[in-house]
Design a protein around this ligand. Structure first.
Ligand SMILES: [Zn+2]
Length: 285
């Protein structure tokens, strides 16, 4: 397998998830699935339909809004107004939160889902993929929240994002961190979603790919949502068939684990062990 970043060959299999091999370039800390099996994994795509179900998403809306608010504040510390391109906007919740913290107009790209939260936004919607998108203007902010890991060629799409940014523009990225504590200790880390995710980044590989795409200084942090962590940890106990025993073991584990986690998590995040990587990158140095 060839690493898209350093172009060296690697045969190191980092993990096998539902029969899909995940390779890793240990030099760049970039993990990826075999590009040749992409067509096969597409067949499994129906398995992920639950994840993109609006009724399920809505149940988490309050929690997501709170989480997004913390992130949008970081964005508006850089830019409080202007044009935003939201790539892979999903249901539009992130942009709707961003709109509360500044004075923005939006172009939203979303090929698969109906944008449910963008009613109040000054906007244009493009129901297509980023690869097919032809922009008529340049942007102050480009958002790529949880999309980079889906692309067949993330580097090419980052280069395109760079071209679409104004000189003083910023790129905002969020992507799962496969070198996180969560990924290490959760047997079924939800983001090993080989049906949909083609690349897996660590803070190191994300920095490298942004540099290669020509971005300047980067403000990078890692974090995760406690509920997400808890849900992911639940998977560690599914093999215990006895319900009572499972509840007891889980109870003891969580009672010990979470207090320690709460004390240590800020340090863990600073050391880049958070489950999600969030970056604001400048176009120029
Ligand atoms: Zn590499």
């Amino acid at each position: 397998m060839r690493c898209q970043l350093c172009e060296s060959q690697t045969e190191k299999i980092y993990k096998v998830i539902r029969k899909s091999k995940i390779y890793e370039c240990s030099l760049c800390q970039l993990a990826f699935i075999d590009q040749k099996v992409l067509t096969v994994t597409k067949l499994l795509k129906d398995d992920t339909s639950e994840l993109y179900n609006f009724e399920n998403y809505k149940k988490d809306e309050g929690r997501l809004r709170k989480r997004f608010k913390k992130l949008t504040v970081k964005i508006t510390a850089h830019k409080k107004s202007g044009s935003v391109l939201d790539v892979g906007a999903g249901f539009g919740l992130f942009s709707s939160e961003l709109n509360k913290t500044g004075d923005f107009n939006f172009d939203l790209i979303e090929p698969g889902l109906k944008l449910r939260y963008v009613g109040k936004l000054e906007k244009k919607i493009y129901p297509l993929t980023f690869e097919k998108f032809k922009a008529g203007r340049k942007y102050d902010i480009i958002l790529m929240m949880d999309v980079l890991e889906h692309y067949i060629n993330p580097l090419k799409n980052l280069e395109k994002a760079k071209r679409l940014l104004k000189k003083e523009g910023i790129l905002v990225i969020q992507t799962p961190n496969y070198k996180s504590l969560m990924a290490s200790i959760c047997r079924d880390w939800a983001w090993w979603m080989v049906e949909d995710h083609k690349f897996f980044f660590s803070p190191k590989s994300l920095r490298l790919i942004l540099e290669k795409a020509g971005f300047g200084s980067q403000h990078l942090m890692t974090y995760e949502d406690r509920e997400d962590f808890k849900k992911n940890l639940d998977g560690n106990f599914v093999k215990i068939k006895n319900h009572f025993l499972r509840a007891v073991i889980k109870g003891v584990y969580f009672t010990i684990f979470f207090p320690i986690y709460f004390v240590a998590r800020n340090m863990l995040w600073r050391l880049n062990y958070g489950g999600l990587i969030f970056v604001i990158a400048d176009k120029v140095i």
